[in-house]
Structures are given as C-alpha cells and as structure tokens.
Design a protein around this ligand. Structure first.
Ligand code: PEP
Length: 246
C-alpha cells in the first residue's frame, strides 16, 4: 500500500508575511494521514526550513540546475537545496518546459543531479490540449518519462512522477478521474518495465486539483496523491486536499 503524498507548488507566489500565515495554517491542522510537502520559491527555502523543522511537513524547491557548480548565473545547484534540507525538487514542470525551453534531456539531467545530492526529483510529464486531441497523450508522456528513466538507470525507482496535463494546469479544468487514471496506468506500466520498484513508486496527479475534486482523483488505483498549484496557496484548501488523501 503506497502512502499518499500531497505537494504544494507555490510557483512564484509568496512574501514573508504570506508564507508565515500559510505555513502556520498547515502546521495547525496536524496530524496528517498522508505525507505532505511545500515547494517554495528558492529565496524562501531558509524560512521554510526553520518554520517546518521538527514537523512532519517536508519542503522542497521548484527547479534545480543540471550542473554541480560553476559559472551559471541565476541557477541553483542541487547541493545547495540539499544544504537547506530540501526533500524534493520539482523538475520538468510544464511552465519551465514552455517558458524556458527545457528539453526532455535537460529535465533528465536535472533529475539525475538532484538524486545525486539526495534530493528526490518530482518529474513532471504531461501533454498539451492539441496533443491530447491528436491522440498523442501516451506517446508524449512516455517520451518525457523515458528520457528520465534512461538517465537515472538503476536509480529510476527513487523519483516521484507527476502527471500534469497542460490543459488542466491553472485552468480550472481538471482531468476526470478516469482520464487521469488511464495515463497513470500507462506510466506505471512503463516504470514496471524499467524498475523492480515501480509498484512502490508514487505517481502524483496535478492540474486544478481542488478540495471538491481531490477525493475522487485520489481514489484511483494509480493516483498516489497530488501536485497542487493554486489551491496550495490557501491553507484551508491545501489542508482539505491533504485530508482527501487519507
Ligand atoms: C501546477 O502548477 O503544478 C499545478 C498543478 O497548478 P494548478 O493546481 O493551479 O492547476
């Protein structure tokens, strides 16, 4: 039985005051029956680490460099995330693939760099609406995941995968539980072919998960929790989604 994981992706939102209020709200609702984490903007890692230390709530980042260190202005190394106690780092989020032109290979290298420093990569895959309508969903997500499986080799079982259809991110349009489960099943089969640990691996769903649709999504056999954007910015909503996970 896989324990569910709910991860908040704050994206580029927050301030000292807003973060303190949000984290206090999340901590006040303990205990949780699922695992949970918040992936915060890099400048706020330190305060997240201090506020969440000693609690069961984990924290992480939203991206990392594929490089170990060097002249890469603006980038953050996985070793730095590790120093801040990050448990997770999101890699390959569709916003980074789209706005920063990140390729499957770069995403795979980032996942490898994270794991090498003991930070678990949450690898995002997902199709656009046009790709779904053209019947290409399976091909696209398998291609994206395949690059990471190949790069991680025998460590592939250590990543977390997040299926995030682009047409559902921030749009208020959620994949139906059946649509999401169908893709998760494909991803699980791909993982089974690559690693003996596939049945213990977590595959999260992300895309307009809200308190009122979370339970149905999380009830699907291959949906092991969620990657939550907008609804992770309000403590009450995020807590309600965590409650729906277990
Ligand atoms: C995300 O950005 O990872 C996400 C799932 O966003 P939202 O929940 O707002 O759709």
């Amino acid at each position: 039985m896989r324990r569910k994981l709910v991860v908040g992706n704050w994206k580029m939102h927050g301030s000292h005051a807003a973060n303190a209020e949000l984290l206090a709200g999340i901590l006040a609702a303990k205990p949780y029956a699922c695992d949970l984490a918040v992936c915060v903007p890099a400048p706020y890692l330190s305060e997240a680490a201090v506020t969440l230390a000693g609690s069961s709530v984990r924290w992480g980042a939203q991206d990392c460099s594929a490089h170990e260190q060097g002249a890469y202005t603006g980038e953050v190394a996985a070793s730095m995330l590790s120093e801040f106690g990050c448990r997770y780092v999101i890699v390959g989020h569709s916003e980074r693939r789209s706005y920063h032109h990140e390729t499957d290979l770069l995403v795979a290298d980032k996942a490898k760099a994270a794991l090498a420093k003991g930070v678990t990569p949450i690898v995002c895959v997902g199709e656009t609406l046009a790709q779904r309508e053209a019947g290409e969903t399976e091909t696209v997500v398998k291609r994206q995941l395949s690059a990471v499986i190949h790069a991680l080799g025998h460590c592939a079982g250590e990543m977390v995968v997040a299926y995030e259809p682009l047409w559902a991110i921030g749009t208020g349009r959620t994949a139906s539980p059946e649509q999401a489960q169908a893709v998760h099943q494909v991803l699980r089969a791909q993982l089974r072919a690559a690693t003996a640990h596939a049945d213990a691996m977590l595959i999260l769903y992300g895309g307009s998960v809200k308190p009122d649709n979370a339970a149905q999504l999380f009830a699907q056999p291959d949906i092991d929790g969620g990657l939550i954007g907008g609804a992770s910015l309000k403590a009450a909503d995020f807590v309600a989604i965590c409650r729906a996970a277990g």
